[in-house]
Design a protein around this ligand. Structure first.
Ligand code: NAI
Length: 481
């Protein structure tokens, strides 16, 4: 192309290592590779300009290259300041080219961004001027930051003003307000114009989906969305089996503390909490669960876990994990009541599950960096706590996120969602949609052979007896798995 490839990553010379890891990951991602084979010749994403905001890992590299193989152009950023694997980012940029002449896709992501850099990267993925366009026509989001930026940009343009940042606002929100104020001064109307071209968004995670439903309820959702998270082959696999792998991976890489025999507490017994509790129990920890929902509390009890209030057990716990998607779960008072050298970890999407701001402003508290993403907070009471990834997603900050196979199920849903929105926009009016169950079942089917699964086929009589078509869908929509 005439314009040189735009990108900002840590170090392009890591591309070769990244490429080897991507090659191995492709073998472990049968769903994505099957979609390349099925759809590659038809180029269903030709003309799609996808702005992607999702952890820039090796697995995401396979997703990006699948979207490109189906005809799309992408511009990519990570959705977390610590989650990028720099070698994967470099390999995606280099593509089929060389370090001196990169020919891949534009990526703006590196491990250890500041908040200002993070939002700079997010702005870059909306600037499609180098491709001869104003903005993207699709968003692929994880946690909803990219979607939120468009929505807030449009909202403030309509109001003609961006609110003044308040000292009480979270640091991140103050940065966002700064970006949007600059945009409004320099390019008024920018976000309204960008929004007008967007056909839709596919959203990866529980927290991002929550934000989309909020926009929809408020009547302010600007374009249709597909809720990828609630495909069964996403939330019941990635959230659960993915964290079962990557939570203890993060704990081990960060601390190398023996988990067996310890007391671990998991806040929240949703899909991520269930996987977290199982993985800690698998290591021999005694696991205590906290819940606010009686159904999930009862599930945890029936699964054999003690269910308690945090306050009742806090002095017994060695490892604290929060997985709620809620805020203020581990407060400053909790942090001060913890055992000496308790480990504190967050696997929910945003860092506000733990009161880091409270720690930072606590007189007499000091933070010592043991190594990147591992901090010992020495407290005025003479004890300390070990804070992982500064209170952010630790399975991506301290380890490398979920492994390839389970991300293949999630990302196959992402690819199908992008195709659906781009090819059949009329089928998806403004709102938050699920993929049809047939596609959910298809994603599962694409992963059976690799695991040597033999699927039983219904006879005609059996299919008629239970009232389903032989080729599916096999369950009613409200079935919960
Ligand atoms: P979920 O809604 O299934 O589970 C959350 C659970 O937390 C619910 O059962 C809820 O009742 C409970 N809860 C809420 N407030 C609580 C409180 N104050 N104390 C105790 N329990 C409380 O959601 P899911 O799918 O498990 O996701 C949880 C979070 O993890 C979300 O932020 C999601 O985006 C994120 N996530 C993180 C992943 C990772 O790789 N670390 C992967 C997938 C999701």
């Amino acid at each position: 192309t005439a314009t040189p490839l735009q990108y900002r990553v840590a170090d392009l010379s890591l591309a070769e290592s990244g490429r080897h890891q991507i090659r191995l990951a492709e073998h472990e991602m049968p769903g994505l590779m099957a979609l390349r084979e099925e759809f590659g010749p038809h180029q269903p994403l030709k003309g799609a300009r996808i702005t992607g905001s999702l952890h820039m890992t090796v697995q995401t590299a396979v997703l990006i290259e699948t979207l490109v193989a189906l005809g799309a152009e992408v511009r990519w950023a990570s959705c977390n300041i610590f989650s990028t694997q720099d070698e994967a980012a470099a390999a995606v940029v280099v593509g089929n080219g060389t370090v001196d002449d990169p020919q891949g896709s534009p990526v703006f992501a590196w491990k250890g961004e500041t908040l200002d850099e993070y939002w700079w990267c997010t702005e870059q993925i909306f600037d499609w001027s180098a491709h001869g366009h104003n903005g993207p026509n699709m968003i692929l989001d994880d946690g909803g930051d990219a979607t939120m930026l468009v929505h807030k940009g449009v909202e403030f343009e309509a109001a003609g003003a961006v609110p003044e940042p308040q000292a009480s606002d979270p640091a991140e929100w103050r940065v966002v307000l700064g970006v949007l104020a600059k945009n409004l001064a320099e390019a008024p109307g920018k976000w309204t114009e960008i929004s007008g071209d967007i056909i839709g968004v596919s959203e990866e995670t529980t927290t991002g989906v929550h934000r989309l439903y909020e926009f929809f309820k408020a009547g302010s959702l600007l374009f249709p969305a597909i809720n990828v998270n609630d495909s069964v082959t996403k939330t019941k696999f990635d959230n659960k089996y993915g964290i079962r792998h990557s939570l203890i991976d993060g704990l081990n890489r960060a601390t190398d503390t023996l988990i067996g025999g310890k007391v671990a507490l998991v806040a929240g017994y949703g899909d991520v909490g269930k996987g977290s509790a199982e993985s800690l129990r698998g290591q021999g920890a005694r696991v205590i669960v906290t819940e606010i929902d009686p159904i999930c509390a009862l599930q945890a009890a029936m699964d054999g876990y003690q269910v308690a209030k945090l306050e009742s057990v806090i002095d017994q716990v060695d490892i604290f994990v929060t997985s709620t998607g809620n805020k203020d779960v581990f407060t400053l008072d909790h942090l001060l009541a913890m055992k000496h050298q308790a480990i504190v970890a967050n696997v929910g999407h945003f860092d506000n599950e733990i009161d880091i701001a409270g720690l930072e402003s606590l007189k007499g508290a000091t933070s010592i960096e043991i190594k990147p993403q591992v901090h010992e907070w020495q407290l005025p009471n003479g004890r300390s706590v070990l804070m992982l990834s500064e209170g952010r997603l630790m399975n991506l900050g301290n380890a490398t996120g979920h492994p390839s196979f389970v991300m293949s199920t999630s990302f196959a849903n992402q690819v199908l969602a992008q195709i659906e929105l781009f090819q059949f926009p009329d089928a998806y009016p403004i709102g938050v949609h699920l993929l049809p169950k047939k596609l959910d079942e298809k994603v599962a089917r694409l992963h059976l052979d690799a695991l040597g699964v033999e699927l039983t086929e219904l006879s005609d009589e059996q299919a008629a007896y239970i009232g389903v078509a032989k080729e599916g869908p096999y369950k009613v929509d409200h079935y919960r798995y």
